[in-house]
Design a protein around this ligand. Structure first.
Ligand code: PDD
Length: 285
């Protein structure tokens, strides 16, 4: 089956879909994106993702390309046309097409919108979670505005590849003070030996992950003690458990950091429980 993308107002076979070479997303990475999990053909936590999209666009002074209700119709239509039951939907909004010049276009341009969707095999995610993943650490080398979900991801691309080259799945950035910020495409967490779940505040150094915020809201009901504070790679190596969160991975246990086993080297009980209960707290629409 051929894959279908929404590109600037049309649903196109992906083999024929194209964008203008002077799209500022292509030339400057001047745009933002969202990735939503798809479950049973529906979007997971769509309102939170749309709120973050609006915020990212606002920070870059790009207009919302269409009303939220219309955008929702497009997202669902791309999911439907690609027959995605379980997977992800990707939405990208760039500033639009203009003659190459670093400053914003002087005449108003229409933001460019691309939406794609693809299936992910839930069994694969389950297998990965049962094994747990390894992470490496790298010095933070991104710009300070990582709170904006920008398509400018070159440091993240290099970090993910460095992880793969080292036989790991994710790279955790470490800020100049020696604290973990987040992963190249996920938020970073540990569980202390006395059962407290710890992640860095979204005030600085990280993207305010949607999976992260849903979990934080669930801790009270789950009777899990939670601390929002930074931690070091050494504390993570000595922790009972660690895990990462992202829309594409939900909760993924981490079993090693820089070659040191975490806990007993197997996925931890808290991470497993959070992975299993996450969708009880997520909103499908
Ligand atoms: N990544 N931090 C970074 C740098 C990310 O790229 C992501 C998500 C997250 C987690 O955010 P959320 O829980 O909202 O997915 C944190 C997406 C999945 C991606 O780039 O593919």
């Amino acid at each position: 089956m051929s894959r279908i993308a929404y590109v600037n107002g049309r649903y196109r076979d992906m083999r024929d879909a194209s964008v203008n070479i002077e799209d500022r997303g292509y030339q400057f990475a001047d745009g933002v994106y969202e990735v939503c999990e798809v479950r049973y053909g529906k979007l997971v936590d769509q309102p939170r993702h749309m709120a973050r999209l609006e915020r990212s666009l606002h920070e870059l002074r790009i207009a919302m390309p269409m009303p939220l209700a219309s955008l929702s119709v497009v997202l669902h239509e791309v999911v439907r046309r690609n027959r995605v039951q379980h997977g992800i939907v990707y939405l990208q909004v760039t500033r639009g097409v203009a003659r190459r010049d670093h400053g914003f276009p002087t005449k108003p341009v229409r933001p460019a919108v691309v939406v794609t969707a693809r299936s992910l095999d839930p069994a694969k995610g389950k297998d990965n979670a049962a094994r747990g993943i390894k992470v490496i650490t790298l010095p933070e080398n991104r710009w300070p505005r990582v709170d904006i979900k920008s398509t400018a991801l070159l440091p993240n691309v290099l970090a993910k590849q460095a992880a793969r080259d080292a036989g790991a799945y994710e790279a955790w950035y470490v800020d100049p003070h020696g604290y973990v910020t987040e992963g190249s495409s996920s938020n970073a967490w540990i569980v202390t030996k006395d059962g407290r779940v710890v992640t860095r505040s979204a005030q600085s150094g990280i993207l305010a992950g949607i999976t992260r915020s849903v979990l934080i809201d669930a801790f009270e009901k789950l009777q899990i003690r939670f601390e929002e504070r930074p931690f070091t790679p050494a504390e993570a190596a000595d922790a009972a458990e660690a895990f990462v969160t992202a829309a594409s991975m939900i909760v993924m246990p981490v079993v090693a950091i820089d070659g040191h086993s975490i806990g007993n080297g197997k996925p931890g009980a808290v991470a497993k429980r959070l992975r299993e209960s996450f969708h009880d707290f997520a909103v499908l629409s």
